[in-house]
Write a new protein. Sequence first.
Length: 214
Amino acid sequence: MRAIWLLLLRLPLPLLALASCGSPPKPPTADESQKRPANSAMAVELQTCKSNLQSTRIVATESWRLAEANAANVERMSARQQVIAAIASAQTANTVFTIHFDFGSTRVLVPADTAGTLVDAARSAPLVLLRGRTDGNTDSFSESRVARERAAAVRDYLVAAGVDPKRIRDTYQPVGDHAADNTSAAGREMNRRVEIEVYRALPVAMGTSGTAQP
């Protein structure tokens, strides 16, 4: 027995270490409980949820942009409608007063219940348009003179009441443009008149481009 030990002591150290090992070391093993296949049901469902969430975010962002664009369009259309309504109001919402005359007369007789309203409106108006008319059926010098003088008489009346003469425009038409049946006495009385159109705002003409021009 001693001879065997003496023999072992004479062996090189590497051989001695190898001789002391009973068996080679085992290779490392993986923990199968922690493995999750990439195509498992849970992994597929998770990936599907992520894709759906991303799609929902994209749709929500696009919907928000569309909502903002629609709101801006509505605001622009509303502003445009307000401008159009203002222009239409300025052009059509005028007040018209009518002064009637006796046959062949140019004397201005304004009813008491109309005078105050007429003068107040004319004083504050940017434009007052007068139209002298007669009940004539034939264009003649005398009919033209009466129509012109009736418009001038109303103009003088308004100026005397404090209306700025620079804001008054007068026209006349001796024949035609009747307001009533000119074959009856009552109709001819209605046709002997001066129409006073009181503007709330200066007329606005539409240019060829569709934009409003003063």
